[in-house]
Design a binder for this molecule. Sequence first.
Ligand code: SF4
Length: 197
Amino acid sequence: MNNHLIDIAQIVAVSEVNGPGKRAVIWVQGCHKRCPGCWNQDYLKFSSVWQLTAQNLFDTVKRMTADFMDIEGITFSGGEPFAQAEAVADAAVLFKENNLTIMSYSGYTLAEIQRNDKGQSKLLAVLDILVDGEYVKEQHCDRLWRSSLNQKVHFLSDHYKSFEDSINADVREFEVVLSANETRMTGFPKDELIPKI
Ligand code: SF4
């Protein structure tokens, strides 16, 4: 494991709308894309305001979740987790070694990730689920864990294969996260609740 720093945007200890079961969600900071309609605008600019090593990130989430008692897995979102793939992979391996499942979103497709070998394969290897593809406003949908029809859910291990049959059901869930500094929606809220950009 190296000591690369991960640029973090936000961490939520327990969410039930960003993947299967109860999961801690880590939003990384920075994405090269600018998909029209992306509602994580604050997380697109690369910045080093909050940086953690893989070990620091692991320890932080462990502390936030009472030694992982509250969760079954970790979801990486963003921003673009694969823009910091090597460092994110180091953290993902630590979580996996503690029997947590790993899911990640990416604005790139699985095929694009597989073509690019700058640490991406290392992150891919540890994932149970990848939700791939950028948000396309014209293909907006209410499918489980994603919000445009081009986005696909890839089950990269057997752990969540039982979800395969229900993955195209229409489900729209969101949570409101309250913290000392902000109120933020996560998940997939209705259009009228999304701030217009
Ligand atoms: S890839 Fe995702 S985070 Fe990046 S701009 Fe597109 S929707 Fe937003």
